[in-house]
Design a protein. Structure first.
Length: 271
């Protein structure tokens, strides 16, 4: 018997990258998946976001594991569209056990527009995700919520640009959401934790725009950017985050709640 047999997981930002890896891991562990992604471009984001074709590929890959999946395009900034996507999954699977708030953007050189969008997606979007799922989880008798933050949610990194500052602020804000909801939802048997990865090999950071931003940080500060981890690995694999998610939502972590878990090859400790 797989560890998540009979469970249903709702995952935002599931079309590619960490979200897709999380969907595949939880599906491989026996869960059925409700996958959502905006699949549209946000003007302040300088790199390509996921597409409907990406989400369709996630569907194919999940189905290849033998799990079932309901996939919908939805914007975490729009609570109504998120509710509709969730309801489609509830109609198909009958309940909800796991929530992974993964959707996020990194508009690091987008000025005021970047600030507004990154707060809307990375913080307000997470708030919406928790709010629309908390009652289905309660009806199920409990469950687990995992918020995908960043090492930048635990350290003061970034550059002198509103988009970059907003990214760090939103990722720090997710910790506040996690801690409040861990207390609010504990009486209902719902655990809430956050994961803080270092750089992960996904399209969000493996693109020319983020590489240019890193170089601009060097130019601004006159110092090299130390993106190095303590362990001898330059970049993590999306599966590393997915494995941590799988642990936190499993019965093996049944008494773990209110925790900020770095998955960072020692990045934070090295600071």
């Amino acid at each position: 018997m797989a560890p998540l047999d009979g469970k249903v997981a709702f995952i935002t930002g599931a079309a590619r990258g960490q979200g897709r890896a999380e969907a595949l891991k939880l599906a491989s562990d026996g869960a059925n998946i409700i996958a959502v992604d905006i699949c549209e471009q946000i003007a302040s984001v300088p790199y390509p976001l996921a597409t409907a074709d990406d989400l369709a590929e996630t569907v194919n890959l999940v189905e290849d594991t033998g799990a079932r999946i309901v996939a919908r395009q939805a914007d975490v900034r729009d609570r109504e569209s998120l509710e509709q996507a969730l309801q489609a999954g509830l109609d198909a699977f009958g309940g909800l056990d796991i929530v992974v708030a993964n959707a996020g953007i990194a508009p690091m050189q987008s000025g005021e527009a970047g600030w507004l969008d990154v707060i809307d997606v990375n913080l307000t979007g997470v708030f919406h995700t928790i709010e629309v799922t908390r009652y289905p989880l309660t009806e199920r008798g409990g469950g687990a919520i995992v918020l995908i933050s960043s090492v930048m949610g635990l350290v003061g990194g970034g550059s002198d640009d509103s988009g970059s500052i907003g990214y760090a602020a939103a990722k720090h804000g997710m910790v506040g959401l996690m801690r409040v909801y861990a207390n609010l939802l504990a009486p209902h048997g719902i655990r809430v934790n956050s994961i803080h990865p270092a750089g992960v090999g996904t399209p969000m950071i493996e693109n020319e725009f983020i590489q240019r931003w890193l170089q601009d940080v060097v130019t601004q500060t006159g110092k090299p950017v130390d993106m190095g981890n303590a362990l001898p690995v330059e970049i993590l694999d999306p599966d590393d985050t997915a494995n941590a998610v799988a642990f936190l939502v499993s019965d093996a972590a049944r008494y773990i709640t209110g925790v900020t878990l770095p998955v960072d090859a020692g990045y934070i400790n090295k600071r």
